[in-house]
Design a protein around this ligand. Structure first.
Ligand code: AMW
Length: 157
């Protein structure tokens, strides 16, 4: 595999979105984050389901998530972290490539704590968008994502 090429399911990820990587995993900023610092950790190999990761990949993706979570909680002055995997379409997975969502959490960020799980459901978000015409949610630009990733990259040097 080309060491500088990152696929996320069918999407070729711009290098500018990637802020940390190991031989087996990489961390990227999100196209549509639901809270500041909502990032994704993926295996470098394009694997759809969690069960199909090797032991080394499983270990590496969680060690990467631990390291990234530590830095982003502090960077965003948060006080907790949500780590979540939607593993398979019926759990809400929309991109067929294993990814751990990391979401820095703050007191009062959601009225009801578990509403964060509704927020990360892409389909519900689309529905909310249709219902709430005032709230425009669209993909971020590569410039916005590149700037965020550049700031995070400094945390891992
Ligand atoms: W899943 O619903 O599969 O658990 O989560 C998919 C996640 O991937 C969402 O948070 C979505 O915003 C994000 N996403 C989709 N496409 C891209 C992309 N090209 N770059 C970064 N994040 C993406």
């Amino acid at each position: 595999m080309d060491s500088e090429s990152y696929m996320f399911g069918p999407y070729k990820i711009d290098l500018k979105q990637v802020f940390y990587s190991t031989q087996l995993s990489y961390a990227l900023v999100n196209l549509r984050p639901v809270v500041p610092g909502h990032v994704l950790i993926c295996p470098r190999r394009e694997i759809k389901r969690f069960v199909d990761l090797t032991a080394d990949e499983t270990s590496d993706i969680w060690l990467t998530a631990q390291k990234v979570g530590l830095q982003l909680e502090s960077y965003h002055k948060a006080s907790s972290l949500t780590f979540t995997i939607q593993d398979g379409p019926q759990s809400g997975q929309t991109v067929p490539h294993v990814h751990i969502h990391i979401l820095p959490r703050k007191r009062g960020d959601f009225e009801k704590n578990d509403e964060i799980y509704d927020a990360i459901k892409e389909k519900e978000k689309e529905l909310k968008q249709k219902l709430d015409l005032d709230e425009e949610r669209k993909d971020r630009t590569i410039e916005e994502m590149a700037e965020e990733a550049a700031n995070y990259r400094k945390l891992f040097t």
